[in-house]
Design a protein around this ligand. Structure first.
Ligand code: R5P
Length: 181
């Protein structure tokens, strides 16, 4: 599998370990940076580039996943989720790693490198990569709703506040119905 990875200064040591680990396991690793330590670097562009590559590869039918990590994993998850088609999950134990794939078909895992030992974080990523999406209808339905909202700003048959309509004034009355048939 092709694995796109990205981090910031907080995860650079773990990145070197992870790249060796995943390559030894037979994966094709694509590193989106950073390439050297800079305590003042910024995670958004690295993680967004990894997420764009995952989204592009998936659209091309290439088997791929993304791994982003920093001090907490929070900002890295937020950055990855800005990219269309990306479902990035913040994982903090084996259960959330497995559920991110089973229920959410997450295509990016985010990890807080400062929150875990190297062995723990590596085991979460291995579990995430190994786990398939169940494909169960209820999970597929919910994922489709997220994709629909991402593409259109609405979810057919569901109430979505007009505040979330990209064409609406952000100060619109929250009671304004956003339901569309
Ligand atoms: O959510 C963001 C990540 O955890 C960053 O890795 C973290 O904020 C970096 O913190 P600092 O700049 O204090 O090393």
């Amino acid at each position: 599998m092709r694995i796109h990875i990205a981090t910031d200064h907080a995860g650079l040591d773990f990145s070197e370990h992870l790249q060796s680990h995943l390559t030894a396991a037979g994966h094709e690793v694509v590193d989106h940076g950073p390439t050297s330590y800079d305590a003042l670097d910024d995670y958004p562009s690295f993680c967004i580039n990894a997420a764009i590559a995952v989204s592009r590869d998936q659209r091309a039918g290439i088997e791929t996943l993304g791994v982003v990590f920093g001090g907490s994993g929070n900002g890295e998850q937020i950055a990855a989720n800005k990219v269309a088609g990306i479902r990035a999950a913040l994982v903090w134990n084996l259960s959330t790693a497995v559920l991110a794939r089973q229920h959410n078909d997450a295509n990016v895992i985010s990890i807080g490198a400062r929150q875990h030992t190297v062995e723990e974080a590596t085991s979460f990523i291995d579990a995430f990569i190994a786990e398939p999406f169940t494909g169960e209808e209820r999970h597929a339905r919910r994922i489709a709703q997220l994709a629909e909202f991402e593409a259109t700003g609405v979810i057919a048959g569901k109430y979505v506040s007009a505040q979330n309509d990209a064409s609406a004034d952000v100060h619109a009355d929250v009671d304004t119905p956003g339901l569309r048939a």
